[in-house]
Design a protein around this ligand. Structure first.
Ligand code: ATP
Ligand code: MG
Length: 472
């Protein structure tokens, strides 16, 4: 069943409301009943007093000096049957009336009267009784009882009179609430229409004007989402545009040179043109590779990690790097200790490759580069340090942007390497820090990964080597 605000609120209100109605009905019913009972009781006392005033003493006996027609008149009632009795000698002897009236529940002093409930021949009755003293001839008890027909009728009337209006009010409240919720939620309908009418390109914030206060947090959250989406789409579009631009230039060069090469008769010039073609092809394929790596590293697919020793990740590509380092006369050193984390080996290799690639590319001939792995402050880290030109403080954030290259940087590169590094690090919940090595020129880049506590057996041996020993 779908959740409904209306239903929820109605149920919530209905229970307490019915309880209140019941309590209210009960209280007003009791008050009215009390008042009505008092009125009926005092009119029941009237015939008692009338009979009592006609008791006479006849010798030692008491008698009722009232013609039977007068007694009948006292007993007349439109709805109830009325019974009476006069008992002499302290209640022992029946002087007049019916013998079956139930005796009063307590003793009365002369001149006192009480009311009580009783049954007479299986019928419920209300009785008024009074103790009377007659001319020093002893006391008599006068009782008048009446059935409860008109009292019961009154009870029912009072009950209906107090319950019906309260029930009506409760019903009206629920109905109004039901309608009010619809009315109150109307701004949401407007909001829905507003959003539904938008084109998918329209990511402007939704206006908070004439929206109720309660809906504003929702709109705020929606607007924040729209803003983030906008930023994401903008960056995506910039990325696509830049990528297209970057691809177009080398490919255009490739095409021109290929055409020129075809027209060229001389073999030596042909070779140099073909060399250019080879270089451009190399750069194009590097760019395409970087783009593909970036696409793989971007969030999207869920990462499927496995326990990985960063030491081993570095170990796999050492040979290529050493060749390049030797070619540029760079002192490439390794200080490798075990550092376990969860990750994807291929992506982590790309991360390290890009860091080492930068260090080897931007460090001057005769410089030195050191690659380290190990555990620092409870994190598994990879560090690549060089004593090259370094990255100026102001550029340290920007170099992680896609296609950004520091202006003075020579060499070839498309500016994607460090974006790839930060994408891959982000995917592994790792931090990337860029600094200058303490007190010297150069660059130190560190990627710190969450350390994997339980390590598989057989740790790799610590390694510390330098590919090209130099006389530093
Ligand atoms: N070790 C370093 N020393 C000096 N400058 C560096 C170093 N690493 C990166 N940089 C600077 O940061 C810029 C961005 O590096 P990044 O790796 O993202 O791109 P790239 O090397 O130019 O291109 P790509 O790696 O995609 O081929 C580089 O152009 C360079 O200016
Ligand atoms: Mg690079």
């Amino acid at each position: 069943m779908q959740s409904s605000l209306r239903r929820h609120l109605t149920y919530w209100l209905l229970g307490p409301l019915l309880l209140l109605v019941a309590a209210g009905t009960f209280v007003s019913y009791r008050i009215a009943l009390n008042a009505a009972n008092k009125a009926y009781d005092s009119s029941l006392l009237d015939p008692v007093l009338a009979i009592a005033s006609h008791l006479r003493r006849n010798g030692t006996r008491l008698e009722l000096d009232l013609p039977s027609i007068a007694i009948e008149a006292l007993r007349i009632d439109t709805e109830d049957r009325v019974y009476y009795s006069v008992l002499g000698s302290g209640g022992e002897e029946l002087i007049a009336g019916t013998a079956r009236l139930p005796a009063p529940p307590e003793r009365m002093q002369p001149g006192e009267h009480i009311y009580y409930d009783a049954t007479l021949g299986g019928e419920r009755v209300r009785v008024a009784a009074r103790a009377v003293t007659v001319d020093n001839g002893g006391t008599a008890i006068v009782q008048v009882a009446e059935t409860l027909i008109k009292r019961d009728k009154l009870v029912l009337e009072l009950l209906v009179a107090s319950a019906v209006p309260q029930l009506l009010i409760a019903f009206a409240a629920v109905t109004l609430l039901w309608l009010g919720i619809g009315q109150g939620l109307r701004p949401l309908d407007r909001l829905r229409d507003e959003i539904a009418a938008r084109s998918p390109r329209d990511l402007r914030p939704v206006s908070e004007r004439d929206k109720p206060q309660e809906v504003r947090p929702l709109i705020e959250a929606l607007n924040q989402l729209l803003a983030r989406l906008n930023a994401a789409i903008a960056s995506q579009q910039r990325f696509i545009a830049n990528a297209a631009h970057q691809l177009r230039t080398p490919l255009a060069g490739l095409k021109t040179h290929a055409e020129l090469a075809r027209r060229e008769p001389s073999t030596s010039e042909l070779r140099s043109l073909l060399d250019m073609i080879a270089g451009e092809t190399q750069r194009t394929s590097h760019l395409v590779n970087q783009l593909l790596t970036l696409a793989r590293a971007e969030p999207g697919e869920a990462p499927s990690g496995q326990p990985i020793n960063l030491h081993e990740i570095v170990g796999r590509d050492v040979r290529d790097w050493v060749q390049r380092a030797v070619g540029r006369n760079i002192d490439l050193g390794f200080e490798l200790e075990d550092a376990w984390t969860m990750g994807e080996p291929l992506l982590l290799r790309e991360l390290v490759a890009n860091l080492v690639d930068n260090a080897l590319a931007y460090t001057q001939t005769g410089g030195s580069v050191t690659v380290r792995t190990g555990v620092r402050a409870g994190e598994s880290v990879i560090e690549v340090e060089d004593n090259g030109p370094g990255i100026p403080e102001a550029e340290r954030e920007k170099v992680f942007e896609r296609f950004y290259r520091v202006a003075a940087t020579g060499g070839e590169g498309c500016g994607l390497g460090l974006s790839i590094v930060s994408e891959i690090a982000g995917r592994h919940n790792a931090r990337v820090e860029l600094a200058g090595p303490a007190g010297a020129r150069g660059t130190l880049i560190r990627a710190a990964f969450p350390r994997l506590a339980t390590q598989p057996a057989q740790p790799a041996l610590p390694v510390s080597t330098r590919a090209v020993p130099t006389s530093r």
